[in-house]
Design a protein around this ligand. Sequence first.
Ligand SMILES: C[S@@+](CC[C@H](N)C(=O)[O-])C[C@H]1O[C@@H](n2cnc3c(N)ncnc32)[C@H](O)[C@@H]1O
Length: 312
Amino acid sequence: MLDGLGTLAGNGHIDVLWQPMSPDLETLRGGGEEARLLCGRDHQWWNTFAYEREWLEFPEFNDFLDPGSPVHNRKKYQWEIYERLLRREMSGLVMGSRVLDVGGGVGRAAVPLVRRGCDVLVVDASWTALKVAWKHLAEASPGSYDIAWADVGKLDFLCGKTYDAAVAFEVLCYLRSPGVALRGIVDRVKPGGWVAFSMENKLGAALADPALKGYDLLKLLGDDRVQIEEELYVRYFSKEELRKMAAEAGLSRVRIVGCHYIADGPFNKAVSESKLSKRTIRTRLRAMESVFSMSPVTRNLARAWLVVGVKD
Ligand SMILES: C[S@@+](CC[C@H](N)C(=O)[O-])C[C@H]1O[C@@H](n2cnc3c(N)ncnc32)[C@H](O)[C@@H]1O
């Protein structure tokens, strides 16, 4: 399916899984009535449906690793937050460490991981995101990378493969069965390896997300999921629920911390894209975020919870 793009990579150690791991993914990529019917049967796919449409309408917003993207600095800042919160785990990754990046999108995590020397497998349901990730990964070294066009809830195709670590940033909350998906991810990690994932937090999302503007906020605060046809399907979790989910998936020494209070969070309006282009400002904002995450007054306003644990 990605014929012709192989030359973009050119680092010679890629084993791209060109075919979709399930026919549903091909249907979603095509959009149209068949894709709508599929999403009607399984609401989690509304995200992928909307995402593929966004790629047609707003490619510059979706390809935010491109420095010309209007949200490039915002997304970079958010990545720096994840990287900082996971610095202990990241520092354990060495040349050749194998990392699974599920729902990896355009490669926001995979590119810096390859730059650290890791061998990364990016799994995603969006063909277009993978195509763009492929382009960005081609410029990353010295590690290597692979791509799989697959549903993160069905990682059986990786049976027999194991990883030193796995990341799933901003993806599991969009799945029908996030706990099952998390178990599938943890199964692929070696004992002693770590898994990090982030999930949307209801209060932070309600205060920040423009997609939720038309949604009845009272209903939102009473529900644990939002379903907007052709737009969004998202589930929210409290820290307690996430702790339980992580333990049930086989993770121990679990740490959960609030993040994204500012960019794309409740205090989004406080920063502009141009301010975020300055490293000193990003450093100062990160310090503010860490105060927000510790204060009992603000910590529950996080847009997302970052969870990290070690496989037993
Ligand atoms: C909000 S983006 C996050 C992307 C990336 N992890 C990052 O932090 O930049 C969510 C990603 O999850 C992918 N996704 C959503 N549902 C999926 C599923 N069931 N299986 C695989 N990928 C999925 C989307 O295609 C999209 O690339």
